[in-house]
Design a protein around this ligand. Structure first.
Ligand SMILES: NC(=O)c1ccc[n+]([C@@H]2O[C@H](COP(=O)([O-])OP(=O)(O)OC[C@H]3O[C@@H](n4cnc5c(N)ncnc54)[C@H](OP(=O)(O)O)[C@@H]3O)[C@@H](O)[C@H]2O)c1
Length: 305
């Protein structure tokens, strides 16, 4: 005789599915036969996910959920309880030196990247404890394992998320609940595209960090972002994590992430820091030169003949 409880597909709740890892993971999880609740804070952005699902002849429930809004979390959890798997994916980044980030900007980052996953976890875990089974996957970052200059609040929020993950995985293990973190390096998603944010004061010329913010950004565009990885690989990894018998505590993914962590483990971290400073200094100088040349050209065109 077939057991209905065993045959029922596992329900996966994913946050931040309007683009990037969330969107791709929703599609891959649906392909693997999971009952996917793909959430996003703005349903006007559902088009790309709907199209991707249609193209693959798959279905998922698409719902509104803002991880900073406890009421929207409550609604979803009530509607779709019990959740078997939670994927805390939604995240934001606001670039800029720590001196130029406002408290509101830091708060926004922490509300989304740290308090959001904590809220979601608390909302779904009661049922998991009762059923003595469940899996929670927190999408952290390489920036949660090492510092990330000019992204200090983002790095701090991801360090906090990893600290949370490592702590509660021990608390929840006796209840048969696995808690895992994924730590990707740079990948080509909207967080470095349409969703890329800079601090309001990023280009404030009165800031002592003005030229360094600009140098950092140029270094990112020239050296880091062109080498960013394929986000499909992260989505595939996440689906492997939620499908396997027993996941590891954490997963590092991406060439840049593997490189940085290897350097750190070999005790070469300070050497790498020096290289980062050298690069940012180089692009700061080039940006200053470019600005000076622009000024000179403007002067020449304005000069009376
Ligand atoms: N791509 C990378 O290089 C990289 C590396 C390491 C870690 N990560 C992490 O991976 C996760 C996914 O990011 P991604 O790279 O796929 O970037 P993405 O394409 O920008 O996706 C981020 C998603 O989070 C959503 N989001 C933002 N604030 C939210 C909120 N308050 N409530 C609900 N959803 C919210 C965004 O929605 P909107 O469309 O409404 O803004 C979007 O759907 C993030 O946690 C990020 O920190 C990314």
């Amino acid at each position: 005789m077939q057991n209905e409880a065993i045959d029922k597909p596992k329900r996966v709740l994913i946050t931040g599915c309007s683009s990037g890892f969330g969107l791709l993971t929703a599609v891959e999880a649906a392909r693997e036969g999971f009952d996917v609740v793909a959430t996003m804070r703005n349903l006007d952005k559902a088009g790309p996910l709907q199209q991707a699902l249609e193209k693959a002849n798959l279905t998922a429930k698409i719902e509104r959920l803002d991880v900073t809004d406890p009421v929207s979390i409550e609604k979803i959890v009530q509607k779709f309880s019990p959740i078997d798997v939670l994927i805390n994916n939604a995240g934001i980044l606001i670039a800029g030196s720590f001196l130029d980030l406002t408290e509101q900007e830091c708060d926004k980052i922490f509300q989304t990247n740290y308090f959001g996953p904590v809220r979601l976890t608390r909302a779904v875990v009661g049922q998991m404890i009762q059923r003595k089974s469940g899996r929670i996957v927190n999408i952290a970052s390489l920036a949660g394992l090492i510092g990330h200059p000019f992204n200090s609040a983002y790095a701090a929020s991801k360090h906090a998320l990893i600290g949370f993950t490592q702590s509660i995985r021990v608390e929840l293990a006796p209840f048969g609940i696995d808690v895992v973190s994924v730590e990707p390096g740079y990948h080509k998603t909207e967080i470095i595209g349409a969703n890329a944010n800079q601090a309001e004061r990023f280009y404030d010329r009165t800031s002592p960090m003005f030229e360094w913010n600009r140098g950092f950004l140029k270094a990112m565009f020239e050296e880091i972002l062109p080498r960013a990885g394929d986000p499909q690989q992260v989505a595939d990894l996440i689906v492997r994590i939620i499908s396997c018998e027993k996941p590891k505590a954490h997963y590092i993914i991406g060439k840049d992430a593997a490189f940085a962590i290897t350097f750190k483990s070999l005790g070469l971290w300070s050497w790498l820091e020096k290289q980062i400073i050298r690069k940012i200094r180089k692009y700061r100088r080039l940006e200053n030169q470019r600005e000076q040349e622009k000024r000179n050209r403007r002067k020449q065109t304005r000069a009376p003949s």
